[in-house]
Design a protein. Structure first.
Length: 191
């Protein structure tokens, strides 16, 4: 949408987990980032831009469909083999915080793999390698993966903020300032 309002703007998109985004901002290899967690570091400016919730994703089978119809929550499926996000991921941090909040021992999860890419995790889930706890936003959009289904973890499900981040000491270009204003306006219009 921003490119429609600013057709002369060009950008490079880098991908990483929340920790990597902060590291890239720190090194100056990116100037604006989006992440699902924040650090208590005064050199960064954080603007909440979206609410996200965690969901448990399973392979679409009759077994899981029957559980869904019966109203089973994702927290009841935590004993399944699990594909987890890597350490440093905002999703993983929010999931661990949720587990601690409900008194579920993190070390009892049956983690069979850790991956850094949500689409790769979704593909593994679709192939039956295990279940995964992911951002509900990761399941939206057309990622071409149709053989999965999701369960709310809880009632109400755990939520987290997605932040736009930049360094306070960074001299932003006109385009970068326009982009930040654009994202802030989108957030304000959505609320």
């Amino acid at each position: 949408d921003f490119l429609h309002t600013c057709p002369t703007c060009r950008y490079v998109l880098e991908q990483g987990d929340s920790l990597q985004i902060h590291q890239m901002l720190e090194k100056g290899s990116i100037r604006i980032g989006f992440a699902g967690s924040r650090q208590e570091d005064p050199k960064f400016v954080y603007t909440p831009v979206a609410k996200d919730r965690l969901v448990l994703v399973t392979r679409k089978t009759e077994h899981f469909a029957a559980l869904s119809r019966a109203g089973v929550l994702g927290k009841e499926l935590l004993g399944e083999p699990m594909i987890a996000r890597e350490d440093g991921s905002g999703t993983e941090g929010a999931f661990i915080e949720y587990l601690q909040g409900i008194g579920y021992p993190v070390d009892s999860l049956k983690i069979v793999a850790r991956l850094s890419n949500s689409d790769a995790i979704m593909r593994m889930v679709a192939k039956g390698a295990g279940v995964a706890v992911l951002s509900s936003l990761a399941g939206e959009g057309d990622n071409g993966i149709r053989d999965v289904m999701s369960f709310e973890l809880d009632e109400p499900g755990p939520e987290r903020e997605i932040y736009m981040i930049y360094r306070k000491d960074c001299m932003l270009t006109d385009y970068e300032q326009q982009f930040i204003s654009f994202v802030q306006k989108q957030r304000a219009d959505a609320v």
